[in-house]
Ligand binder design. Sequence first.
Ligand code: MSP
Length: 524
Amino acid sequence: MAAKARERYYVTTPIYYVNDAPHIGHAYTTLACDVLARFMRLDGYDVMFLTGTDEHGQKVEKSARAAGMDPQAFTDQVSQNFRDLARAMNFSNNDFIRTTEQRHKDACQALWRALKARDQIYLGSYAGWYAVRDEAYYTEAELVDGPDGGKLAPTGAEVEWVEEPSYFFRLSDWQEPLLKFYADHPAFVAPETRRNEVISFVKSGLHDLSVSRTSFKWGVPVPDDPDHIMYVWLDALTNYMTAAGYPDTECAEYTRYWPADLHMVGKDILRFHAIYWPAFLLAAGLEPPRRVFAHGWWTNEGHKISKSLGNIIDPYHLIEDYGLDPVRYFLLREVPFGKDGDFSHRAMVNRLNGDLANDLGNLVQRVLSMINKNCGAQVPAPGALSEDDQALLTAAQELVDSVRRVIRVQAFHEALEAIWTVVRAANAYVDRQAPWVLRKEDPARMQTVLYVLAETIRHIAILTQPFMPDASARILDQLAVPEDRRAFAALGGEGALTQNTPLPKPEGVFPRYVEAEATAESAG
Ligand code: MSP
């Protein structure tokens, strides 16, 4: 236990383009990382959890211009939106990186020099297609027909023809080493289907990659050639190492946290993380990250989300409508992580009223109010355990192992499903044991039953903390579990509730969602 306690875990979100207002996509990626970070901390790990903003490049420069602002002043202002979102979503990141910080420019230039010194970068000239929205180069063959006969990027982004002097990275030299790397590290790209896509893309042949631009200025200058600025993806990807102290590879942070354990990304940016990034790092003689997980995309009531359709899902509205923890729960429970999912009001309300208010909320409320009324508002005193008692307790105690197993592979929905199996088992046990009948017939037995239930709820609430930090804390408060007994080390018999501990007055944790129309109807 003690040795494991100091193992480290480094998890990152993509850094977000500041030109957009934060939306559900940003909230989702960071939420997944937040749950991992909280989970690993509770499991005794020393966690570094990084998020931040991607502030260079043509796209951001354009937006600054459209706002009539200097790019630095613009990014200073809009980067704050992402810090605010992190606070509103209760994210527990340890650092927030901005690519316009000096520490980051130093890291980018150092990585460039390392690549140059190894002859991995050469000067040439680029002539081809570029999509500003994706900040990506496309070959002619990759383009698709647009609705008005013009050519578009495969992502649907507009492309423009670019011809300029450019430095190139020898990506084509890395085809075989990358394929070997994927073969040697089968868990590097997840889920499996994405891994297959990455491998077949690499097998289809890699071209050298243009890594500098000369037609605009908003970026990190190329060392010793200030007419060039670095390609924004080379700049952006480096953030993961900047935050770990690069280029000082001897420093405590770097030796402790690099390579990162996990880069969480959306499926749209997998190519950059699973192909370019490990190639840059291998070429510079640095260690690639251990894993890249590509999650799916949300649609809104069945429709693709886009600014032009005006159907962006604003995380602040979700929090206001349903409450923060129900939203956090829904996003990770509704859709198998890695798959695309649809956000609908009905699905959200079903989860809130079903899983949260009915299943967990009622369980906690019933048990705590019975204890409050019938056990002198103290942790009940258990007698000998029956087989049924022991079965429920064992299920609760063994839960952490199964949850840990699926969290390791980012299967959040399975973790929640496993926890809810015990929630439902506890509800069935209440019905079977009928403590309200025991109250008159066998009060000692009632105490045992309520103790078993309180212990089960303690296990459940400790395990739901990464997903729903506030609601879980409120449940643990109602069980008078001290702050320092809420980590996974306190699961099992170790941190068991002590009989006769006074308990506060119970309060509901998950209010039911009532439709506005229904309220109006019942009022009228
Ligand atoms: N700046 C780059 C990342 C650089 S990382 C070195 C970038 N930024 S972004 O702001 O566009 O990132 C958006 C993130 O949100 C991506 O992970 C993307 O997949 C995610 N989403 C954007 N829209 C989404 C949905 N509709 N649904 C789920 N996630 C989506 O890319």
